[in-house]
Design a protein around this ligand. Structure first.
Ligand code: ATR
Length: 287
């Protein structure tokens, strides 16, 4: 197979740290395809649409998009998915006969990670019928809130250190309310899902405070998810397990948003196997 056809890329600036090539090349190889997925930096000062057209001419058939280009990618598309439209951001592009189709798999990837975790935790299955508490109001929180809304969660509670940033996200779904960062414990009352989308707990960042009080407030059988994956076992997840909660680590969203992108390009969802997880963990531990 030619190395210059059917190429794929992660587009960002900078993009050298991305784990997407490792993940997608694993699936490409498993499918008997050439591992043609590369990191492709695009300077934010360049014309994004022109850069995509150049890639299409060079044999690329699609791309993932990361910081800082998700909004520029949205603006450059000919067509976008419902999820991309609600976020105004694209993380997956398909190049089809000169047209650019944009999708956003971040939020659905998060949900899929939860569902996979639930296979092993049947008692947590009731989380959809209970309130959900989201900590943080950055890009990941946006995608997760919109996905929780699409999943029909009737009471989505949001809190962020800077309250105005949380207020700005309430239009992403029905039934989103905002509470004070200092009221995290009360907001967690009876929730079936707690998700940390802040950088707190990440290697080199301050810890997330008030974890045990929040965990104690959650409903029975609640799921606790962290999108931080370095370290993989954050203090939040360790405390959640110790408190008998179901913990979902940050690889859930990372791997499942990638799996949904791969499915968009190739029509079949790839398997997240133990070899891939181990390779990813080894890469993360390398720093
Ligand atoms: P994303 O990758 O999700 O886009 P981001 O924009 O860097 O992330 O957002 C980081 C999140 O962590 C924000 O919600 C941020 O809160 P602010 O909006 O108040 O900045 C939160 N965060 C970072 N450091 C924090 C701290 N020391 N205490 C509380 N929240 C913090």
């Amino acid at each position: 197979m030619s190395e210059t056809r059917d190429r794929l890329a992660i587009i960002g600036w900078p993009v050298g740290h991305s784990r997407s090539p490792l993940i997608h090349n694993h699936w490409l190889a498993a499918a008997g395809r050439a591992p043609n997925y590369v990191a492709h930096p695009i300077d934010p000062n360049d014309d994004f649409r022109a850069a995509l057209e150049g890639m299409a001419a060079e044999g690329f058939i699609g791309a993932n998009v990361t910081i800082p280009h998700k909004e520029a990618a949205f603006a450059a598309m000919d067509e976008v998915s419902v999820a991309a439209q609600s976020l105004g951001a694209v993380n997956t592009i398909s190049f089809k006969q000169g047209r650019f189709m944009g999708a956003n798999t971040d939020g659905d990837g998060f949900l899929l990670g939860l569902e996979t975790a639930m296979d092993q935790a049947v008692s947590a299955a009731g989380w959809r019928d209970r309130p959900a508490l989201v900590l943080g109001a950055g890009g990941a929180a946006r995608a997760i809130i919109a996905a929780l809304g699409r999943a029909g969660i009737g009471d989505i509670r949001l809190t962020n250190r800077t309250r105005e940033k949380a207020e700005a996200l309430t239009a992403l779904a029905d039934n989103v309310s905002v509470g004070d960062w200092g009221a995290r414990q009360q907001l967690a009352e009876g929730c079936g899902l707690l998700v940390n989308t802040t950088s707190l707990g990440m290697t080199g960042q301050p810890p997330l405070d008030g974890v045990s009080a929040m965990l104690a407030s959650l409903g029975d059988g609640a799921l606790v998810a962290d999108i931080v994956y370095a370290p993989l076992e954050t203090d939040l997840l360790r405390a959640a397990r110790a408190a008998g909660r179901h913990a979902v680590d940050g690889l859930g969203m990372l791997l499942n948003q990638a799996a949904l992108s791969f499915e968009i390009w190739f029509g079949a969802r790839p398997e997240i196997d133990a070899t891939l997880r181990a390779a990813l963990i080894a890469d993360i531990e390398k720093g």
